[in-house]
Design a protein around this ligand. Structure first.
Ligand code: RIB
Length: 343
């Protein structure tokens, strides 16, 4: 059966972007006559028919996808938003980005607002796995896709990364680099991502034949640079001085790096450092930070695709999907000690 001609085929044939093709269809006033003619010729020649789904999406329904993130100050979520926004635009939709700031009351308020506003769907990075309530939205016919968190029961579609493997990759690398006293910096444990990264870290310690006490936890309430600076100041007070630190995300690692530098502690020679997410600032830090990469842009794209598909599906026929991507260790200077043995 011949493949259905899509909007990307039209764009490629006419030598324009998908957005331009969308504008020729929906907002021809925004496009020059020459470009419009080229695109219209491609549509005719290819026999492109605008998808029924796109038409449905515009038929009297909201064209807004809500994205509720944990921390708008974290570049990781900016990349997720970029991916979601790209897919939304391809479907003639827009994304409203909101910030819960890791505050459950804020999250609850936003979810209630989304129900009142009858948004087309919600992309949600939850504050607390146990307390997030999406039932009201779903009863109102508003689909929810969990972003950066795996759905624990079949309550929603979800797109996440195997954070247990990610934590294991980070600590296995520290151990293989000669570190046998390691600190995990992260929290709160109510965040599934943090719990899973710590689980992976503990697995790596056990797999290496080290005793559980080889890994000490310095818990933080937030996952930002300020919390990292505070944790960094506490590191030297840890019983057995660590030679390696694994932070639950790169912002914490940047804060730890700042504190260690201020105390004259050298990274990696005195303490090796590993973060998580691989945001742009990890590689750009004064000591480029080894990190566990999450495909944030791709997570955003896939989440939006799942949400749009669910918003068009018959609820009786829709089956939730649980997409789990694989993390990747990106080794940089912060964990490559010149001498192999730990101090
Ligand atoms: O904001 C919380 C953290 O969880 C982010 O850095 C990202 O790692 C997400 O998974």
């Amino acid at each position: 059966m011949a493949r259905t001609v899509g909007i990307k085929d039209v764009a490629r044939t006419a030598g324009v972007s998908v957005g331009t093709v969308s504008n020729v269809i929906n907002r021809p006033d925004l496009v020059s006559a020459d470009t419009r003619l080229r695109v219209e010729a491609a549509i005719t020649n290819l026999g492109y028919v605008r998808s029924e789904s796109a038409r449905q999406l515009r038929a009297g329904r909201s064209r807004v996808l809500a994205l509720l993130v944990l921390d708008m100050g974290n570049p990781f979520f900016v990349d997720i938003a970029r991916g979601a926004e790209k897919v939304a635009r391809e479907n003639g939709l827009m994304v409203m980005v909101c910030n819960s700031g890791q505050d459950q009351a804020e999250e609850d308020e936003y979810l209630a607002h989304f129900t009142q506003q009858q948004v087309l769907g919600v992309l949600l990075s939850p504050v607390d796995s146990a307390r997030t309530d999406t039932a009201t939205l779903q009863r109102a016919g508003i689909p929810v896709v969990l972003v950066d968190r795996g759905a624990e029961i079949e309550e929603s579609c979800s797109v996440s990364v195997d954070d247990v493997l990610g934590g294991a990759l980070a600590v296995r690398h520290l151990i293989e680099s000669g570190n046998e006293r390691i600190v995990f910096v992260g929290g709160p444990p109510s965040l599934q991502q943090v719990r899973n990264r710590l689980t992976g870290a503990r697995q790596a310690v056990a797999d290496a034949g080290l005793p559980p006490e080889a890994l000490t936890v310095v818990e933080t309430q937030r996952l930002d640079i300020a919390a990292g600076r505070d944790a960094g100041q506490r590191l030297l007070g840890v019983a057995a001085r660590p030679t390696g630190v694994f932070c639950a995300n790169d912002l914490l690692a940047l804060g730890v790096l700042q504190s260690l530098f201020a105390m004259g502690v050298r990274v990696p020679d005195d303490i090796a450092l590993v973060g998580y997410d691989d945001i742009e600032f990890a590689g750009a830090a004064a000591v480029p930070i080894t990190s566990v990469r999450q495909p944030a842009y791709r997570i955003g794209r896939t989440s939006a695709e799942l949400l749009i598909a669910e918003s068009l599906a018959d609820p009786a026929e829709h089956e939730h999907q649980r997409i789990v991507y694989q993390p990747e260790l990106v080794v940089r200077a912060s964990s490559m000690r010149r001498h192999a043995s730990a101090r």
